[in-house]
Ligand binder design. Structure first.
Ligand code: NAX
Length: 327
């Protein structure tokens, strides 16, 4: 059988971790023929480490044939050792009375340390997906803290936004999500993101003609996708977890195993395409193949889209400027 792949997951005892680890171990992320080793990181706090032990006991009790080994860690330097894939899920949530800049600063500390650890000990081709918020900026910080690793290996999760948008479109069109292709979500994983179906097709027909209602796009679709995270919190009393874990599985699955020519959205360091400054981690349409992604180039950007893309870019530039002095 194939040699095992090492998958490091941070925040492993959290709610996304609980929805994620069992699916990785069952082969849904890397393939049903791919053995995996899980290297799980939690904060040193006694309660968190104990909860992590409990999750590991449950993983054992599943007797997954593909799961070769599971280890628990409180130090990223051991958790990321030789990691082929690193899912950075753990982050500091915004506490009561915490300002946005405080949130950026505590997370900058976490992702600087984790970026340095990846730089020191991970596989030289480690694929990094940042889920913990603010995801794009955390990915940027980790990338900047890992100068010996290829910058393109640092990505942020926009796939949940992409999947949310697919579902809204399918419902409006009365068709199946599987019939939709070439959807894009541009920018930051935040309510400023811009879901863009100008190039999409639904069962082979242009989405702009199927969903011919411009008012729906501007006043229902874009805000619904943007505010979906808040709507889930309102309904469940907890933030999205299973759907976030599912999106992380989709993101890494497609990156490692290929998207078969289909467009998917990934938050990737810009190469300067579409006027997005190089290095900014921005939701882009990509096609994945042989373990690499390629940004879909040369799409026309109309005035409405330019405005949306600049607004979400400006938010990312502000976040970057907020942490610049910490890097
Ligand atoms: P939880 O609070 O349930 O779990 C987070 C876990 O991370 C905790 O167990 C905590 O102890 C751990 N942790 C904190 N700092 C750590 C560190 N430095 N090293 C290792 N572990 C650490 O949160 P959960 O609901 O699982 O969400 C995790 C993150 O995902 C949050 O930042 C959340 O905002 C973000 N999300 C991102 C999404 C995306 O689309 N990019 C969507 C879902 C989610 O909101």
């Amino acid at each position: 059988s194939k040699p095992a792949m090492r998958v490091a997951v941070t925040g492993a005892a959290g709610q996304i971790g609980y929805a994620l680890l069992f699916r990785i171990a069952s082969g849904e992320m890397l393939g049903k023929d791919q053995p995996v080793i899980l290297q799980l990181l939690e904060i040193p706090d006694e309660k968190a480490q104990k909860a992590l032990k409990g999750v590991i006991m449950e993983l054992e009790d599943c007797a997954f044939p593909l799961l070769q080994e599971v280890t628990a860690h409180s130090d990223p330097m051991t958790a990321f050792k030789d990691a082929d894939v690193a899912l950075l899920v753990g982050a500091r949530p915004r506490g009561p009375g915490m300002e946005r800049k405080d949130l950026l600063a505590v997370n900058a500390q976490i992702f600087t340390a984790q970026g340095k650890a990846l730089n020191a000990v991970a596989s030289r081709n480690v694929k990094v997906l940042v889920v913990g918020n603010p995801a794009n900026t955390n990915a940027y910080i980790a990338m900047k803290s890992a100068p010996d690793l290829p910058a393109r290996n640092f990505t942020a999760m926009l796939r949940l936004d992409h999947n949310r948008a697919l579902s809204q479109m399918a419902a409006k069109a009365g068709s199946a999500v599987g019939d939709i292709e070439k959807l894009i979500v541009w920018g930051n994983h935040s309510p400023t993101m811009y879901p863009d179906y100008r190039y999409a097709s639904i069962a082979g027909k242009p989405a702009t003609s199927v969903l011919s209602d411009d008012d729906w796009n501007r006043n229902t679709f874009i805000p619904t996708v943007g505010k979906r995270g808040a709507a889930i919190i309102d309904a469940r009393g907890l933030s999205s977890a299973a759907s976030a874990a599912n999106a992380a599985i989709d993101h890494v699955h497609d990156w490692v195993l290929g998207s078969n020519g289909k467009w998917v959205t990934m938050g990737v360091p810009s190469d300067g395409s579409y006027g997005i400054p190089e290095g900014i981690i921005y939701g882009m349409p990509v096609i994945t193949k042989n373990g690499e992604y390629a940004i879909v180039k040369d799409l026309d950007i109309d005035a409405f889209s330019r405005e949306r893309m600049d607004a979400t870019l400006n938010e990312l530039l502000e976040e970057r400027d907020g942490v610049k002095h910490l890097l």
